[in-house]
Write a protein that binds this ligand. Structure first.
Ligand code: HEC
Length: 106
């Protein structure tokens, strides 16, 4: 019984450790720390129509890494600029994360 429980704990922890292998290593944590306050789960708390879902990104021409990097760097209306807060490599990571989550349907 104990052995089974230990094996189960190993199994669960290895799954938990292995799972954050997304396209970009830091994109997920960066998103949680900087974007999730307004965009939790790909939504938009301030402008409900401007979500990070695939259809919305396509509709507003935000479905490319370049467009997202530009908006995150410079901000837009109620969305703050992250220039100076995030390095450009981090902005790229978070943009890739947004695109990969949109592809997966969040
Ligand atoms: C203070 C709230 C806030 C934070 C924090 C925030 N955003 Fe936004 N975001 C917005 C708002 C508001 C818009 C709509 C801007 C507009 O078009 O007027 C937006 C729009 C977007 C869009 C375009 C969505 C679309 O459908 O057109 C993307 C992509 C985006 N944000 C990514 C991010 C990322 C990545 C981060 C973190 C680095 C982030 N946002 C942080 C408020 C925020």
């Amino acid at each position: 019984m104990i052995k089974k429980i230990i094996a189960l704990i190993f199994l669960i922890s290895s799954v938990l450790i292995a799972s954050p292998i997304h396209a970009e290593p830091n994109g997920g944590p960066l998103f949680q720390a900087n974007c999730a306050s307004c965009h939790a789960g790909g939504t938009n708390r301030i402008m409900a129509n401007k979500t990070l879902k695939k259809e919305a990104l396509a509709k507003y021409d935000m479905d490319s890494k370049e467009a997202i990097v530009k908006q995150v760097t410079n901000g837009k209306r109620a969305m703050p600029a992250f220039r100076g807060r995030l390095k450009s490599s981090q902005i790229e990571a978070v943009a890739e994360y947004v695109l990969s989550q949109a592809e997966k349907g969040w």
